[in-house]
Design a protein around this ligand. Structure first.
Ligand SMILES: Nc1ncnc2c1ncn2[C@@H]1O[C@H](COP(=O)(O)OP(=O)(O)OP(=O)(O)O)[C@@H](O)[C@H]1O
Ligand SMILES: [Mg+2]
Length: 441
């Protein structure tokens, strides 16, 4: 069982030789990196929709999708999963595999229209260069791609309004040539664009997608599927860029994982650890449930909580104490999450405890609208202070004001609310510990 110790994540390494074994133990939970397909859990509906889009595209009826969701909800992990699926690294129905060329890219702030086309062309070139059979059959496509060079792309130039579509025409030509010349050896091209919300609206990603699909249709090249992944702001940017660009996409929102899926993430992780470490690390049912509940289904929270509990455990059996230690210690999971995701919102900008109490009162409703009256009742903070807090929090864009209903406010994201609530849990745990530690009279 873990004891509260003064540092984290490992105990005194030289204390006893057995500790080295603990330190070297492979930790299967990886906050901060996309999940590998073998450890991936859930997302059945989204996978089904994307799979359907790929199968339709293969048959000449191209379909496109947008996967949007909060930071850390699992967009890039799903993107990687679909990349493997489209390439045929694993079967889509236990037997058959797809064989798409996958152009998977990530966008950056400051990219403009031509930069986006350039990264697509670069990645397409990289993909084809790796495939001897395509190099031999797709002569025209390769002739262009082999000459194509991105001249040290700089992503800090201002986004320019689109003046001509030369780059887009080139991309269209290459895709048409590639698919025609491949003679059926590839089923199509899947263009997967992650971080699609990052360029400004003026980069016109929505227009680019719309024009590309229209141009391909005009050339009777109907085997390109586009998938975009980004924060919820992506939809607004696509719409700003082209009124009707949203119409070409099936739009899916990623939600937190369901309770059984949260448990599956933990169990899969421990199975992987057992395989790699060649000894088992077990977890009590209560500890598992605590990680699942604290995370409220946010995959990045799950990974962080599970990672810290696993790291702090020293008897290869993760207990409730290990979870509590790992979560609430000074450099534990909650602080890590705070620094990585919410520092600017909560820690750096809010000095006053009363302001924090206002946020805690709002977090009871996750990211739903809360009336000023409810905030007053829940927070028990004086009216004037609540009003000042609401004003200041709004100014700093930490909370939003309902444009339709006067006096209603909400937090920007559900995960921010979950994090605030988990921090409150810490206080409850500390209070319980203090009561237990108090000498009984
Ligand atoms: N389906 C899943 N099963 C298990 N773990 C997952 C799943 N999806 C995501 N994760 C884990 O959650 C964390 C966040 O995932 P990911 O980076 O894919 O999210 P994201 O939405 O792309 O985040 P960002 O908005 O910061 O780009 C990672 O640690 C990842 O391993
Ligand atoms: Mg991501």
């Amino acid at each position: 069982m873990a004891r509260l110790l003064g540092f984290y994540p490992y105990r005194a390494p030289f204390e006893a030789s057995g500790k080295w074994k603990q330190m070297a133990k492979f930790n299967p939970f990886r906050p901060g990196s996309v999940i590998s397909p073998g450890m991936f859990v859930g997302r059945f509906e989204e996978i089904q929709v994307a799979e359907h889009a790929l199968l339709q595209t293969r048959n000449g009826n191209p379909q496109h999708f947008v996967i949007e969701g909060e930071r850390g909800i699992g967009k890039s992990s799903l993107c990687l999963w679909l990349d493997y699926l489209a390439k045929g690294d694993f079967p889509y129905d236990k037997i058959n595999r797809l064989s798409f060329v996958v152009v998977s890219v990530e966008l950056h702030e400051g990219m403009n229209y031509d930069d986006i086309v350039d990264v697509l062309l670069s990645e397409l070139k990289r993909q084809i260069a790796n495939r001897q059979q395509l190099l031999e059959s797709c002569k025209k496509a390769w002739e262009f791609l082999s000459r194509f060079q991105v001249g040290g792309v700089k992503y800090d130039r201002p986004a320019q309004p689109v003046t001509d579509h030369r780059r887009l025409d080139e991309l269209t030509d290459v895709l048409v040539n590639l698919i025609e010349e491949s003679g059926g050896s590839i089923e199509g091209v899947a263009v997967l664009i992650d971080e699609a919300d990052r360029p400004a609206s003026a980069a016109n990603l929505g227009q680019l997608c719309k024009l590309l699909t229209e141009r391909l249709a005009r050339r009777r090249c109907e085997r390109v599927c586009i998938g975009l992944f980004g924060l919820p702001g992506l939809l607004g940017k696509l719409k700003d860029s082209h009124e009707s660009s949203l119409r070409i996409f099936n739009i899916l929102t990623l939600e937190p994982l369901e309770p059984p899926e949260r448990i599956a993430v933990i169990e899969k992780g421990l199975e992987e650890a057992a395989r790699k470490n060649q000894f088992e690390t077990t977890i009590s049912e209560e500890a598992k449930a605590m990680i699942a509940n604290l995370s409220e289904g946010y995959p990045h929270f799950l990974q962080e909580f599970a990672h810290c509990a696993f790291a702090i455990d020293d008897d290869n059996n993760i207990s409730v104490d290990d979870v509590l230690d790992g979560t609430f210690k000074e450099h534990g999971a909650l602080n890590q999450l705070g620094k990585k995701y919410f520092a600017d919102l909560y820690i750096d900008q809010i000095g006053s405890e009363d302001y924090r109490r206002v946020l805690i009162a709002m977090a009871e409703s996750l990211d739903g609208w809360v009336s000023r009256q409810a905030i007053l009742e829940r927070s028990k903070v004086k009216e004037k202070i609540v009003d000042n807090a609401l004003h200041a929090l709004r100014e700093r864009k930490i909370i939003f004001l309902n444009p339709r209903v006067r006096g209603e406010y909400r937090l920007p994201t559900k995960s921010f609310a979950v994090w605030i609530r988990a921090r409150e849990e810490q206080k409850a745990v500390e209070a319980r510990a203090a009561i237990q530690a108090a000498p009984s009279s």
